[in-house]
Design a protein around this ligand. Structure first.
Ligand code: HEC
Length: 102
C-alpha cells in the first residue's frame, strides 16, 4: 500500500501543475503573439503607447523602445505583464507599440 501512495503523489503533482500551467498559460500566449494584423492595427499602437506611458515607468526608468529587439521585447513583456498587472490585450498593445518603435 505504501508504494501505491508514493507513486500516486508525483501523478497528482503533475496533474495539478498541468492544470495551473493551462490556466496561467493562456493570457501570456496571447501577449507573446503580436500577429501581423495586430502589428498593423493603429488602435493597438495608440493604446499600447498610452499603457506604456502610464504603467512602465512606475517601478523603473522608462526603457527606450530602441533598447531591445522585437524578440527581446516579447520576452520582456511576458515578464513585465505580470509585474504591471496588464490584461492580455493591454500587454499585446504595449508589445505592438514597442516593436513598431524600435
Ligand atoms: C511592478 C513594478 C514594475 C512594473 C509596473 C514594470 N516593471 Fe519592468 N522591471 C521591474 C523589475 C523589478 C525589473 C528587474 C527584475 C526583472 O527583470 O524581473 C524589471 C525589468 C525590466 C526590463 C529589463 C529586462 C527584463 O526582461 O528583465 C525591461 C525591459 C522592463 N522591465 C520593461 C518594462 C515595461 C515595458 C513595463 C510596462 C509594461 C514594465 N517594465 C513595468 C519592475 C516593473
Amino acid at each position: 500500500m505504501r508504494s501505491n501512495t508514493f507513486t500516486l503523489i508525483p501523478v497528482a503533482v503533475v496533474t495539478v501543475l498541468l492544470g495551473i500551467g493551462l490556466l496561467a498559460g493562456q493570457p501570456p500566449a496571447v501577449a507573446e503573439e503580436a500577429t501581423a494584423s495586430a502589428q498593423n492595427d493603429p488602435m493597438k499602437f495608440a493604446n499600447g503607447a498610452k499603457t506604456w506611458a502610464d504603467t512602465c515607468a512606475r517601478c523603473h526608468n522608462m526603457r527606450d523602445p530602441k533598447s531591445l529587439r522585437d524578440d527581446q521585447w516579447r520576452a520582456a513583456i511576458a515578464h513585465m505583464r505580470v509585474r504591471a498587472g496588464l490584461t492580455g490585450e493591454e500587454a499585446e498593445n504595449v508589445l505592438v507599440f514597442l516593436q513598431q518603435s524600435n
